[in-house]
Design a protein around this ligand. Structure first.
Ligand code: PXP
Length: 240
C-alpha cells in the first residue's frame, strides 16, 4: 500500500498573522509543497481563526489540484463551512480555545450523539470524514460504529517518547484496518521519528505540519540570506 504525505500549512499562517500582512501566504506554501511532492494539503480552520482564516481555506479550495483535508471541530459553524466548500476530506478534531495545539484525540465513544449527524451531513456532501483519535481500541471501535471512513491516529504521545506508544499505534492501525477504516496518522512527526510510523503497513497517510514548516527555516535560510545580500550589493553596484 502506498503512503501519502499530507502537509499541514497552518503555521505558515501563524507567521503571516504575526505581522498582520499577507506574507508568507499559506496558499503559496501549499502550492510549493504540492510541487515538491506533497500528496495533499491539510489546514485547520480553528474556531478562533488563530492561523488559517476563512479566506485562506476558500482560496486553497479554489487553486489546489491536490486533495484538501480540512481539519475542524464538530460544530455547526464548521460543518456549514465544510458543506459549502466541499473539500476532499474533513478531519474532525477536538478543540479547546486555550490549547496550543490539538492535545488529545476525540472522545468518539462519549460523543456519539454529536458525531453521528455531523458525519452523516459531511458524508452526504461527498466529503470523506476522518476522526482524529488516540490509538485506543475503544475509540477505534467507536469510530467504525459512528460511520467514519477514516481514522487519523494521534502520534503525539509517541512523538513525546512515551513508553509503549509505538506498539499501541501498531495495534490500533491493525484494528482499524480490520474494521474497514482507512488509517492515517499524525502529530509531532519529524525527520527523527517518522520512520517507525511510516513502516506500519496499514497506514496510508501521514499528516505533518509544525516540524516541516520549522525545518524549512533551516533549509531555506541560506538561500534567502544570499539573495538579500545580492540585492543589497546590486543596489550599491558591487558584491557585498
Ligand atoms: N493531524 C492532526 C489531526 C492535527 O491536529 C495536527 C496538528 O494540527 C497534525 C496532524 C499535524 O501535527 P504537527 O503540526 O505536529 O505535525
Amino acid at each position: 500500500m502506498s503512503l501519502r504525505l499530507g502537509v499541514n500549512i497552518d503555521h505558515v499562517a501563524t507567521v503571516r498573522n504575526a505581522r498582520g500582512g499577507i506574507h508568507p501566504d499559506p496558499v503559496e506554501a501549499a502550492l510549493l509543497a504540492v510541487k515538491a511532492g506533497a500528496d495533499g494539503i491539510t489546514a485547520h480552520l480553528r474556531e478562533d481563526r488563530r492561523h488559517i482564516r476563512d479566506e485562506d481555506i476558500k482560496r486553497l479550495r479554489a487553486v489546489l489540484r491536490a486533495p484538501l483535508n480540512m481539519e475542524m471541530a464538530a460544530t455547526e459553524e464548521m460543518v456549514d463551512i465544510a458543506c459549502d466548500l466541499k473539500p476532499h476530506a474533513c478531519c474532525i478534531v477536538p478543540e479547546r480555545r486555550e490549547e496550543v495545539t490539538t492535545e488529545g484525540g476525540l472522545d468518539v465513544a462519549g460523543q456519539n450523539a454529536l458525531l453521528v449527524p455531523v458525519i452523516r451531513r459531511l458524508s452526504d456532501r461527498g466529503i470523506r470524514v476522518s476522526l482524529f483519535v488516540d490509538p485506543d481500541p475503544k475509540q477505534i471501535a467507536a469510530s467504525a460504529a459512528v460511520g467514519a471512513a477514516v481514522v487519523e491516529l494521534h502520534t503525539g504521545a509517541y512523538a513525546h517518547g512515551e513508553d509503549g506508544e509505538l506498539e499501541r499505534l501498531r495495534t490500533a492501525a491493525a484494528q482499524a484496518a480490520g474494521l474497514g477504516l482507512e488509517v492515517h496518522a499524525g502529530h509531532g512527526l519529524s525527520f527523527g521519528n517518522v520512520a517507525p510510523v511510516a513502516a506500519i503497513s496499514q497506514i496510508s497517510e501521514l499528516n505533518i505540519g509544525h516540524f516541516l514548516i520549522g525545518q524549512a527555516i533551516f533549509d531555506g535560510l541560506p538561500s534567502v540570506v544570499q539573495e538579500m545580500k545580492r540585492l543589497m550589493g546590486a543596489a550599491r553596484g558591487a558584491a557585498l
